[in-house]
Design a protein around this ligand. Structure first.
Ligand code: ZN
Length: 179
């Protein structure tokens, strides 16, 4: 991200909103936004190779309540919430910090919630897990602040795996929903 260019663009935007970009409270705002955006959109620079932390096998691993913050690609307003991941390892288990990094890799972008869950499921499945379920619950500021002005939470989910055995999918779902 070219921060100098972002600063110029934000200054233009401030003028279009009807404000004075030279007044005290706003004069550093373009720089602050440029700095903030480099964090908020850090997912584009993430390598997040999912190296495996330990090799003990386990029947199912469930990681719950991973916080995420993202920006909706339709309005560039935040949506945020929690992600639950359940997967059936294939002789390899990921450390929780790796899962958090995968969540950040795909949430710190211009996104839609449906794609975040799919991206995470795809990434884990490509690492050879037998099956994975990802569920995200989020609140969208674009829904709350404009348009429908509704407080509804949105839930999305994605599954990857060979679920000929429907029981595996059911077990993953149950694991995610059990408190
Ligand atoms: Zn939106």
């Amino acid at each position: 991200m070219d921060k100098e260019r972002v600063k110029k663009l934000i200054r233009e935007l401030i003028i279009e909103i009807g404000e004075d970009p030279t007044r005290e409270g706003l004069k550093d705002t373009p720089r602050r936004i440029a700095d903030a955006y480099s964090e908020i959109f850090a997912g584009y620079d993430s390598d997040s190779e999912l190296s495996v932390q330990f090799s003990e096998d386990s029947e199912m691993v469930v990681a719950k309540n991973i916080q995420f913050y993202s920006m909706c690609e339709h309005h560039m307003l935040p949506f945020y919430g929690t992600i639950q991941i359940a997967y059936i390892p294939n002789g390899r288990v990921f450390g929780i910090s790796k899962l958090v990094r995968v969540v950040e890799k795909f949430s710190k972008r211009l996104q839609i919630q449906e794609r975040i869950t799919k991206n995470i499921a795809d990434e884990l499945y490509s690492q050879g897990v037998k099956g994975v379920a990802v569920i995200a619950d989020a609140e969208h500021l674009c829904m709350k602040m404009r348009g429908v002005k509704n407080d509804a939470k949105v839930t999305t989910s994605a599954f990857r795996g060979t679920f000929e055995d429907k029981k595996i999918k059911e077990e993953l779902l149950k694991a995610i929903h059990t408190k």
